[in-house]
Ligand binder design. Structure first.
Ligand SMILES: Cc1cc2nc3c(=O)[nH]c(=O)nc-3n(C[C@H](O)[C@H](O)[C@H](O)COP(=O)(O)O)c2cc1C
Length: 273
């Protein structure tokens, strides 16, 4: 008897970091007939066919229930590995080594590296919600997006970083790196980076307190976050470049930004080649 179910639940598993079994992100569940199967009487064959239909339905229902169990977790996002607060490279060495990198090896980033980069730029580093970068009046207008292309354990997609809980929200699926590179005035090397971090801001959070001066404050915060990330990249043996040349509308179209969020900076990150 032969069942051939091709169950497309890969999409539900990918955001959880479950590696699909096939390139097409589908899970093949296949039972191949035994080598020594004997010819069957028609009545037996009919009974087995009825049974196999029931078995198939039970099998399918079980698989769908399994997929349904995964779905809420996928919708809930991805918990990043805890950020490190120590490392082997002194800050002075990271400063001495920092330079813009625009050529990357093909190896992926790990989820821990991606998480560490996000944490360095905007993660929480103490009780009460204080962050690794300063914020005018602790208004925290910055919002970070991870454009994951080749990050182990993460499906290609655009993930919003949540400092609270150090986690990623469920992604907008699909590899957006080429669209980001095109938005960056066609700087093709940007698409070769395994990951891109976009710093956006919701300026109204700061403007509610500081009025017109908020524009300046928000720009200062983006610079501080970007520098943190570049130094963290060096400390991890990675390289990054801050990209400021981009078309706002095109970058906005490439990303799932909220209407109130403005893209401010793009950082392409990878292993320097
Ligand atoms: C605000 C800002 C915008 C930048 N935009 C780009 C950019 O769009 N593309 C790029 O390749 N480099 C960009 N850079 C990186 C600079 O070209 C780089 O920092 C400069 O050449 C000095 O080199 P270094 O970073 O290796 O010290 C930008 C840097 C800053 C500070």
């Amino acid at each position: 008897m032969f069942f051939d179910f091709n169950l497309g639940v890969g999409g539900a598993l990918l955001p959880l970091g479950v590696t699909p079994l096939t390139a097409s992100s589908r899970v093949d569940l296949r039972v191949v007939p035994g080598k020594h199967e004997l010819p069957e009487m028609p009545a037996v064959r009919e009974r087995r066919a009825r049974h196999s239909g029931r078995a198939g339905m039970v099998f399918m229902a079980t698989a769908l229930a399994g997929a349904a169990l995964w779905l809420p977790a996928a919708a809930a996002g991805f918990d990043l590995p805890a950020a490190r607060t120590t490392g082997p490279l002194p800050l002075e060495a990271a400063l001495a080594q920092r330079q813009s990198r625009r050529s990357f090896a093909s190896q992926p980033l790990t989820a821990a590296e991606a998480g560490q980069l996000l944490w360095s730029a905007q993660g929480e580093n103490r009780a009460g919600g204080g962050r690794t970068a300063p914020s005018a009046g602790a208004t925290y207008p910055l919002v970070l997006y991870l454009v994951a292309g080749r990050v182990e354990g993460l499906a290609a997609g655009v993930y919003r970083y949540a400092p609270q809980g150090h986690r990623l929200a469920a992604p907008a699926p699909g590899d957006a790196r080429s669209a980001v590179a095109a938005a960056a005035r066609g700087q093709a090397w940007v698409a070769e980076a395994p990951a891109i971090v976009v710093i956006a801001a919701e300026p109204s959070r700061t403007a509610a307190r500081y009025g017109a001066r908020a524009e300046r404050y928000v720009a200062m915060e983006a610079g501080a976050a970007a520098q943190n990330l570049q130094l963290q990249a060096v400390a991890l043996g990675l390289g990054a470049t801050l990209v400021g040349a981009f078309d706002d509308a095109a970058l906005r179209a490439a990303l799932p930004l909220a209407a109130a969020e403005q893209p401010l900076a793009v950082l392409a990150v990878g292993r320097p080649r």
